[in-house]
Design a protein around this ligand. Structure first.
Ligand code: FES
Length: 74
């Protein structure tokens, strides 16, 4: 049985969108309950009050970081 790979999308000026079978743990090995969540958004800006999850603060604060494998676009 093969499983689809986890996909991570770097959203322009926003979070890391993670889709697939996700296991998310803290440094002590405690696992977040992601039951029923086929995708999550992880904060990339450091401004979220709900880290490690994005809460939209990047947009409210005007955080800018657009990146791609071709290099920084901003
Ligand atoms: S990326 Fe959305 S709050 Fe940080």
């Amino acid at each position: 049985m093969s499983e689809e790979p986890v996909r991570i999308t770097v959203k322009p000026n926003g979070p890391l969108r993670v889709e697939g079978h996700i296991v998310l743990k803290d440094a002590d090995g405690n696992e977040w309950d992601l039951t029923g969540k086929p995708a999550i958004s992880l904060c990339r800006c450091g401004l979220s009050a709900k880290r490690p999850f994005c809460d939209g603060a990047h947009g409210r604060e005007g955080w800018l970081c657009n990146t791609s494998p071709a290099g920084n676009l901003t």
